[in-house]
Write a protein that binds this ligand. Structure first.
Ligand SMILES: *[C@@H]1O[C@H](CO)[C@@H](O)[C@H](O)[C@H]1NC(C)=O
Ligand SMILES: CC(=O)N[C@H]1CO[C@H](CO)[C@@H](O)[C@@H]1O
Length: 415
């Protein structure tokens, strides 16, 4: 016998049509509209995350910093040297200009000679050194680049050069270390650069280097043998009833081999024992995501859902397991679990009235949606009169899925 609860309760399913655009719900049917259904949106009450902290401290305000010295030509104390000093400066600027031209023409060795000469003639402007470091960088000679930048910083401090120039030298060191794949030093020098003078360009480079380092660290940690050892330690702790330790060992196993679904599934079992059900579900889902044919993860998930009395969802999880168990290796296991859940489901329903079952089922937004679909209501109404109609409709997989959902939820009773 087939019973559709709506009909049983005197709700005329075929007469549930609503006028176009009406949100009104027929009496006895909980409003399936999102305003009242399902969980309230979490975003409204969710606290805003704190602004992301930046690892580099804010630069010292400009006014607190040593100013670049006034050009020596303006310095009265140096009157005697004024003439030769000014001449040297002009000559150096000329060499630098020629260096820039050579650099643009990619005549790097020529540019190096010119910038070195400029610094030799007038060792008071560290941009000759930062220019020089740029050529080494472009040539791919990163060690020389770093060495030159170090010198630029050192001389620049003595000369009380503009902090922007110092920042540039540090930034270029960061880029050179990055090219050498020394991400730790790249991060260090990008940070130093930002301390001198904050620019979006270096900030982006720092973030990228930090990301690359985190990924490199993650990769470097992968070790299947150590993963297996950690998993075994986890299993031993689990058997000994020390589930918190088991979680720790399984977490290590996951870090050592994140592509192995067993680590996640084992940890799900340990979380279950600790009654951390959301974590258990999350880990079972992670295992399923890694390997959709890993049937043990579905069973683990279903057992957790069963433990939280989400019996009809547990049943759905096992139905999905059957579908994915293409090699039919777990048929018995799935069926045993399934029949236990079904028995429990029947026991639960035998203690509640049809009305309670109906109300509880309709709290699931998916069920409410199916019941609000005029086409589905027509099918249910037909089937109520002629159970063979249901069998015909079940041939359509889309409809079969919805009907299965209603059976699981207890809306359709088959006896
Ligand atoms: C040299 O330094 C100047 C700033 O003084 C800069 O404009 C120029 O782009 C630099 N050239 C190279 C090759 O780094
Ligand atoms: C609740 C339940 O039925 N659990 C069983 C599911 O299947 C496995 C494997 O057959 C059993 O070990 C569980 O006891």
């Amino acid at each position: 016998m087939l019973t559709v609860l709506g009909v049983l309760m005197g709700i005329d399913l075929s007469a549930m049509e609503r006028p176009e655009g009406s949100n009104e719900v027929p009496p006895g049917v909980p409003d399936p509209s999102p305003a009242s259904a399902s969980t309230p949106s979490a975003s409204s009450s969710k606290p805003q995350p704190p602004a992301t902290p930046t690892s580099a401290p804010d630069p010292v305000p400009t006014e607190d910093r040593p100013k670049a010295p006034a050009p020596p030509v303006d310095d009265d104390a140096m009157e005697v040297d004024d003439d030769s000093e000014a001449k040297a400066k002009v000559e150096a600027e000329d060499l630098k200009a020629k260096g820039n031209t050579a650099y643009k023409a990619r005549k790097f060795d020529e540019a190096i000679g010119l910038y070195e000469k400029a610094w030799e003639v007038y060792p008071k402007d560290v941009t000759f050194l930062t220019n020089l470091s740029a050529v080494f960088f472009e040539k791919g000679d990163y060690e020389k680049c770093i060495e030159t930048c170090e010198k630029a910083v050192e001389e620049g401090r003595d000369l009380r050069s503009d902090y922007k120039v110092i920042a540039k030298a540090f930034g270029r060191m960061g880029s050179a270390y990055s090219k050498l794949n020394d991400l730790e030093n790249a991060i260090k020098y990008y940070s130093k650069s930002l301390t001198e003078h904050r620019t979006p360009d270096i900030l982006t480079k720092l973030r990228d280097a930090e990301k690359a380092k985190a990924e490199a660290d993650r990769q470097a940690y992968i070790d299947p043998e150590k993963a297996e050892a950690a998993r075994e330690e986890g299993n031993a702790a689990f058997k000994a009833g020390d589930f918190a330790s088991a979680v720790k060992h399984y977490s290590e196993a996951i870090k050592r081999l994140p592509t192995d679904p067993r680590g996640y599934n084992n940890r799900a079992a340990a979380y279950h024992k600790l009654l951390a059900m959301p974590e258990a579900i999350k880990d079972a889902d992670a295992a399923i995501k890694i390997d959709p044919h890993f049937i043990k993860a579905y069973i683990r998930k279903a057992l957790t859902q069963q433990a939280t009395k989400e019996l009809s969802v547990a049943l759905e999880t096992l139905q999905k397991a059957t579908e994915m168990d293409t090699e039919k290796k777990h048929t018995r296991e799935i069926e045993t679990n399934m029949s236990k859940i079904m028995m429990e489901l029947q026991a639960q329903r035998s203690t509640e009235s049809d009305e309670d079952t109906y109300q509880r089922a309709m709290r699931d937004p998916e069920v409410a949606e199916i019941m609000a679909d005029p086409f589905m209501r027509q099918i249910l109404s037909d089937s109520q009169q002629d159970p063979r109609a249901l069998r015909d409709h079940m041939k359509n997989p889309m409809i079969a899925q919805k009907i299965q959902k209603l059976i699981n939820a207890g809306i359709i009773k088959t006896r």
